[in-house]
Write a protein that binds this ligand. Structure first.
Ligand code: HEC
Length: 193
């Protein structure tokens, strides 16, 4: 081996070693700790139809691309919390006619030969149950799938706003945090009467 090759393979070997050690440590810590590594900001409370949809979800191999209810992969969209963004009808329409409903070109859902083309061919009653299941995957305030930012003041969000928003956006749009503050004041006010 030439000197350059030795250095190159040495660096690659070191990176692989560091990755394996990091992975092992992270997995060991997360398995032995009662607390989750990250706070879980999504929840679900399935109705009978939703539970049936969950069964169909598991049988239909959706989790080879999706992540929901604590398992699956992240090749496609994470489905946890999505029920706070869309309703049952949206999900049914998306599963049945992906591209029209998505409003953009899709990668996997849609007509054959796309990999998830089989989804829109599932029996209608299965699609309806799946839609109920999806609509019951709710997100909590502050989750990445929620419209509502985390509770309390966040210097991080303020810094991001200063950095990325165009001049004068406040005259055109309303900061959702102000809207939430005024809403909760109204609620407290109502509560006194
Ligand atoms: C081959 C991978 C794959 C499989 C299998 C798959 N999906 Fe998807 N899914 C995706 C991708 C990728 C997207 C993003 C849209 C697109 O490009 O197709 C997506 C998007 C979605 C969305 C989001 C729609 C939105 O507007 O945000 C839902 C809901 C969904 N899939 C449900 C399902 C269900 C239910 C199944 C099983 C019956 C399933 N998917 C199977 C890859 C897959």
């Amino acid at each position: 081996m030439k000197k350059g090759e030795k250095i190159l393979f040495g660096i690659i070997g070191l990176l692989v070693f560091i990755t394996v050690v990091n992975f092992t440590v992270l997995e060991t810590v997360s398995h032995n700790s009662d607390k989750p590594l990250f706070p879980i900001l999504t929840h679900f409370d399935f109705s009978a139809d939703g539970l049936r949809g969950y069964g169909i979800y598991q049988q239909s191999n959706c989790y080879t691309c999706h992540h929901a209810v604590g398992s699956g992969t992240s090749m496609g969209v994470v489905l946890d919390g999505l029920g706070s963004k869309h309703d049952v009808n949206y999900f049914y329409n998306f599963l049945k006619a992906p591209e029209q409903t998505y409003g953009a070109k899709t990668v996997d859902h849609g007509a054959p030969p796309k990999d998830a083309a089989y989804v829109s061919a599932l029996p209608d009653s299965d699609l309806r149950a799946l839609a109920v299941f999806l609509s019951e995957l709710k997100s909590d305030q502050g989750s990445s799938s929620s419209f509502e930012p985390p509770k309390g003041e966040s210097s991080f969000i303020n810094a991001m706003l200063d950095m990325w928003t165009p001049e004068g956006w406040r005259s055109k749009f309303r900061d959702i945090r102000d809207w939430m503050k005024s809403n909760s004041k109204e609620e407290q006010h109502d509560g006194k009467h």
